[in-house]
Design a protein around this ligand. Structure first.
Ligand code: CLF
Ligand code: SF4
Length: 275
């Protein structure tokens, strides 16, 4: 219980169920699965499922067009849970920033429901170049999945990145991705967005580096850290996921550095309801 610390950070615990240090509030979110494409390759990802950075793999979400996504929000707001629905998030099935539909959808939602909180989750590769668009549209909550801050670890987690029409692998890929993720966190925080970092815990690969990662993203302005257990699949199918105790232990270690999210449900890209 000591992990669920009350945060003194005034950006947290303000009505967004994922940007809180506990299940304090009756607040819900709807995910709009408008973003099928991805621009990197995480070794734990099976592309026929939703983005494994935020989602529990299982069934692929049906990809919606922006107008269909708006319709989903309208229907959800009219449903019995409509009164609790205060967050609209885009979390996949691929990387939201790599899909023009994401921006169109967020604009439509903002136009029709200006009171709803807009949220987005990304691998961060395109964050420095897209941050102005997010600010213009009014996205207030951002999640960046950062699994390592050193190139050796990162290059063991990502097979490749696609950036500015080139494919990069190994240390080159890691260098560009890490630079953009960290710069993106800094820019987003400076623009006043509330920033959460999701980290997929992969025992024996990135777990020892997590305290350094927490310190670095805090330095860049992150508000909250969400340690998520690896779901072993794809190239990492043979890896052993962390136990509940390992995750608890890590959270205890980094809680003095950054507030911890402890109630993440590893949602699907089309999830709806309370968190
Ligand atoms: Fe969705 Fe993610 Fe926004 Fe939440 S989910 S885009 S920040 S509105 Fe939340 Fe689900 Fe965990 Fe994500 S419980 S997987 S942290
Ligand atoms: Fe898969 Fe998401 Fe990683 Fe892209 S960012 S490779 S969709 S887990």
């Amino acid at each position: 219980q000591d992990l669920i610390q009350e945060s003194t950070n005034t950006r947290l615990n303000q009505g967004h169920p994922c940007f809180s240090t506990g299940r304090h509030q009756k607040a819900g979110r709807i995910h709009l699965a408008v973003a099928p494409a991805c621009n990197i390759s995480c070794n734990y990802c099976v592309r026929k499922f939703d983005c494994a950075n935020e989602s529990r793999p299982g069934v692929t979400s049906k990809v919606l067009k922006p107008e269909e996504a708006l319709q989903r929000v309208i229907e959800a707001k009219q449903s019995s849970m409509g009164q609790y629905l205060n967050v609209v998030g885009i979390a996949g099935p691929g990387d939201p920033l790599a899909n023009p539909s994401t921006f169109k959808t967020l604009e439509l939602v903002k136009e029709h429901f200006p009171e709803l909180i807009l949220c987005l989750s990304t691998n961060g590769l395109l964050l420095p170049e897209k941050i102005d668009d997010l600010v213009r549209i009014g996205v207030s909550h951002l999640t960046v999945t950062i699994n390592a801050i050193d190139k050796a670890t990162a290059s063991a987690i990502y097979s490749y990145i696609r950036w500015k029409e080139h494919t990069y692998i190994g240390f080159d890929a890691a260098h560009i991705l890490l630079q953009n993720q960290l710069e993106g966190v800094k820019l987003a925080s400076q623009e006043g967005l509330t920033v959460k970092v999701n980290t997929v815990v992969i025992p024996g690969l990135n777990d020892a580096g997590i305290p350094d990662l927490a310190r670095e993203v805090k330095r860049r302005g992150a508000d909250l850290l969400n340690l998520m257990p690896l779901i072993p699949q794809a190239k990492f199918a043979h890896r052993v996921p962390p136990s509940h105790e390992q995750i608890q232990e890590l959270r205890k270690q980094v809680a003095p550095i950054l507030p911890q999210m402890t109630h993440c449900q590893q949602c699907r890209a089309d999830a709806i309801g309370l968190v």
